[in-house]
Design a protein around this ligand. Structure first.
Ligand code: AMP
Ligand code: MG
Length: 567
């Protein structure tokens, strides 16, 4: 099956008690928690106080009986209790998502005035009700079973249900060692934390299922990293991102249980995830694990098609980085493709290009196969064959989603037989000319059909200029004009309006993140703030973004930029 999808993909492509947390765990008291005050103000009328809790998780899933934080092989649990290690030295709030604060946590910005807020956001102090946990998971990394992985530098602080009834799990990353730290130091450096903070928020505003980020706290604590694995170890600053997701369970969360033969816990975790997050599946349905698998297959195809629609390459599509809720998680050496190239590999450590942008759909299939393997012990023979059948459908599901995304990018209405050809033809021209992925689609949304037909493209539409150098460009324009021209009731204005609403002018290109990181390393967080703000409206042309060159050609200084797994 992998071969089948490779061919098709190629075709498309070618074409928290204020207690200090350094000691034993303690929750803070209500009065000492700065984040609870405004919530109380409004929640009095709503009748329910803000509360971060781990009850739902721990009432349903087993906790590690061993209580020490030492690195070890953990058995028979989903979580280990682990206390964050506070960052050393002065702390600074480098970035904050107002949208997460106000619309996810439903807190007033005034909470940020509390002098201890950076402690709460980085694990130095704990929110009321918080009982920090490290999750036990495993995973297939670069195609091979890697054994126990787990939250080696992240702590789940607790969960929060907002007034809309949305359940969010708050996690801090870079907050110190846990039983799953293996040889790592439990820390995350500023550069990778800036990237995760900015990209997860940017992806949300691009309309792609993703974890969110509330805050980025930077410290003076020295963290040593060999960024390009070439023996050049550099001192960097430690940072903590507070990130949120409806659930942080991954494919690897199930795999580790099956591999350990802990089938009772496997069932508990599956039942919990279905009960909490797949509410369309009845708890007593005899086929619920098959229905769950089917939903994950569908939504994973959807997520990857959406990644492709914005030229996003995750970089490390291991099963431990693939969410059971099919949201984008664990941002590391990701990249947004610039010159169109199906072989684009963002991660300089990925020598074989296993996780190239064009391979992501295949990798999704591989990961879903691993999910199915993890589910096998709870499936009857008949259910196994049903699940296999569902997996067989993944290529079609993916292609349907991909096709829908790209049709919308081109402003096509309805369905025509040759639409796939029109899309593939354009992608082939883009590949041959190396035209910029984001701006080619954006500028196609801004140009008039007449300008395309007369080849009188305004010079500022630089990506289209690159594309128009192709000998078959006018042939493509002819087909495209015919297709667009035949759409009843459509006008240039409505077409361009539709297209600009789905084709962003701004994505987090590597050079943009790098420019912000270089300043942040010198305590200047202005460009982090600028990027964060610009990327909340990626489809809207903004003066400040234009002046910063965010929709222009990548500057020459950035041509050799690389990112690696080191974080
Ligand atoms: P990642 O490549 O970031 O998805 O991480 C893979 C695994 O390595 C996960 O189990 C992480 O928790 C762990 N890990 C990565 N970096 C560190 C670190 N600095 N300290 C401890 N564990 C880490
Ligand atoms: Mg990971």
């Amino acid at each position: 099956m992998i071969q089948v999808i490779s061919l098709t993909v190629l075709l498309i492509a070618a074409f928290s008690g204020a207690a200090e947390t350094s000691g034993s765990h303690q929750s803070c008291s209500k009065d000492q928690n700065p984040l609870i005050l405004p919530a109380h103000r409004w929640s009095c009328s709503a009748g329910a106080p803000l509360e971060i809790t781990t009850h739902t998780l721990l009432d349903s899933l087993p906790l590690d009986e061993v209580k020490d934080n030492s690195v070890r092989t953990v058995r028979r649990c989903a979580f280990s209790q682990s206390t964050p290690t506070p960052l050393r030295g002065a702390l600074q709030l480098a970035a904050l998502s107002k949208d997460v604060l106000e619309n996810v946590l439903e807190l007033d910005e005034s909470v940020m005035q509390n002098e201890d807020v950076v402690q709460f956001l980085s694990g130095g102090k704990l929110f009321l009700g918080s009982f920090p946990l490290a999750h036990r998971y495993g995973g297939h990394q670069f195609g091979y079973w890697a054994g126990q992985l787990g939250d080696g530098r992240a702590h789940l602080l607790g969960e929060y249900t907002n007034r809309k009834g949305e359940r969010w799990e708050l996690q801090i990353k870079g907050s110190g060692k846990t039983p799953y730290s293996r040889s790592g130091d439990g820390r995350a450096v500023l550069r990778s934390s800036v990237r995760e903070f900015l990209c997860s928020e940017a992806m949300h505003f691009l309309g792609i299922p993703t974890s969110r980020a509330l805050s980025l706290v930077v410290s003076e604590e020295a963290v040593w990293r060999d960024q390009f694995y070439n023996g050049s170890v550099r001192k960097e600053k430690g940072a903590v991102v507070l990130r949120l997701a409806p659930s942080w369970f991954r494919i690897g969360s199930l795999e580790v249980l099956t591999r350990a033969g802990e089938l009772d816990i496997l069932r508990m975790l599956l039942n919990f995830v279905i009960d909490q997050h797949f509410t369309a599946i009845k708890p007593n349905a005899p086929n619920k694990y098959v229905a769950f698998f089917s939903a994950v297959v569908n939504e994973t195809a959807n997520m990857i098609a959406k990644w492709m629609s914005v030229g996003f390459a995750h970089g490390v599509c291991n099963t431990d980085n693939f969410s059971l809720l099919s949201i984008t998680i664990d941002y590391g050496p990701f990249g947004f493709m610039e010159a169109y190239n199906p072989n684009f590999v963002p991660n300089s450590s990925d020598d074989e290009g296993r996780y190239s942008i064009g391979a992501q759909a295949d990798v999704g299939l591989f990961n879903l196969q691993k999910l199915l393997e993890a589910l096998l012990p709870v499936l009857s023979l008949d259910q196994r064959s049903q699940a296999e059948q569902i997996l067989e459908e993944y290529p079609q599901i993916y292609h349907r989603r991909f096709h829908e995304q790209f049709k919308a990018k081109l402003g096509l209405l309805g369905d025509e037989e040759d639409d796939a050809y029109l899309i593939a033809f354009l992608l082939k021209l883009m590949e041959d000319t190396g035209s910029d992925f984001t701006m080619t689609f954006r500028q196609l949304s801004e140009v008039t059909l007449l300008q395309l037909q007369n080849n009188s493209i305004p010079q500022e539409l630089w990506a289209l200029w690159d594309l128009s150098s192709h000998e078959y460009f006018s042939d493509w324009v002819k087909l495209y004009s015919q297709r667009i021209g035949s759409q009843p009731g459509d006008s240039e204005e409505t077409r361009t309006g539709r297209m600009t609403a789905v084709n962003p002018c701004y994505v987090l290109r590597n050079w943009m993140a790098e420019s912000a990181i270089r300043k942040a390393e010198n305590n200047d967080f202005s460009e982090v703030a600028l990027l964060q703000q610009v990327l909340t409206e990626p489809f809207v042309k903004q003066m400040k973004a234009e002046s910063a060159g965010y929709s222009s050609r990548t500057p020459a200084w950035a041509s050799q930029l690389r990112v690696s797994c080191s974080s």
